[in-house]
Write a protein that binds this ligand. Sequence first.
Ligand code: SAM
Length: 185
Amino acid sequence: MSEARDRPEVVVLRIGHRPFRDKRVTTHVGLTARAFGASGIVIADFKDKAVERSIEKIVRVWGGDFWVRSGDSWREVVEEWKKRGKTVVHLTMYGKSLQGALSELRGKDLMVVVGSEKVPREVYEVADFNVAIGNQPHSEVAALAVFLDRLFEGKELHMEFKGGKMRVIPSERGKRVEKIRIGGA
Ligand code: SAM
């Protein structure tokens, strides 16, 4: 799977971010979105420069063109996306099984909404699909990872992240990391 956008655009919308409590989890939602093949993340309703910077630092070091934005109203982001004829998927333990929805979701540009504490009723109504990753409560990070991995059928794990400064050399033990020379191979 190359990173070039020759495949549908998948954008994550993180709602309910509380700047004083959720910095770490929201950063992990962003890093998971990037590592599992999404194009970018919108952190709704609160501008959080610290979270933006943490995610952008990872992009600078490890590559790729993942983007992050925060502070926009979730309603406006969703309205804008739907106005462009695109699909909104809300991940919730109360939704229908992922397995049943996958064939309808593959190949479409998707906005994937994940919550935090309490998700407003309106989100369930505005979403084109309310999808459960099992019907037990767990976490937005786990739900997003499983969703993207099933959507992309595992191919995202072989994606190339171009333009980074570092690359991991996979090894059985220890940590092997190579610096990438600019302009060189
Ligand atoms: N009871 C909360 C609610 O209103 O949905 C659950 C909050 S949970 C800590 C945070 C987020 O994780 C949810 O908004 C949802 O996006 C995601 N999540 C948790 N369990 C899930 C599941 N089984 N399937 C899909 N998403 C899930």
